[in-house]
Design a protein around this ligand. Structure first.
Ligand SMILES: [Mg+2]
Length: 118
């Protein structure tokens, strides 16, 4: 069975890029354009991993991360954000991984593989 990834980003080009690249890796990919939309999806479907942008309108990635982990602390979540967008120590957040957003999706794919296994 294909493993499911939810890609959450307010930029459509990023959603499309990640979706295409991760589908090529054999994942089933759904998308959401902000944290609130992501929460709605998480309530009705299960995902093996959620890739969360930090800066988004309506509900940002940190709020969404906290809400998701409150619902299910074992839900793997990867924070993905533009370089330099957040200068705080990202390890203080309860995410399972952190990836700098890039058109080169190798780091993202590797982080997903580390979490899900081969
Ligand atoms: Mg954004």
């Amino acid at each position: 069975m294909k493993r499911k990834v939810l890609v959450v980003d307010d930029e459509e080009n990023i959603r499309l890029l990640f979706k295409e690249e991760l589908e090529e890796e054999g994942y089933e990919v759904d998308t959401a354009s902000n944290g609130l939309e992501a929460l709605e999806k998480v309530k009705t479907a299960s995902f093996d991993v959620i890739v969360l942008d930090i800066k988004m309108p309506v509900m940002d990635g940190i709020q969404a991360l906290n809400a998701i982990k409150n619902m299910n602390k074992d839900q793997p979540v990867i924070l993905c954000s533009a370089y330099g967008e957040f200068k705080q120590d990202l390890s203080s957040w309860v995410s399972d991984g952190y990836v700098v957003k890039s058109a080169d999706t190798r780091e993202l794919k590797e982080t997903i593989k580390e979490i899900l296994g081969p």
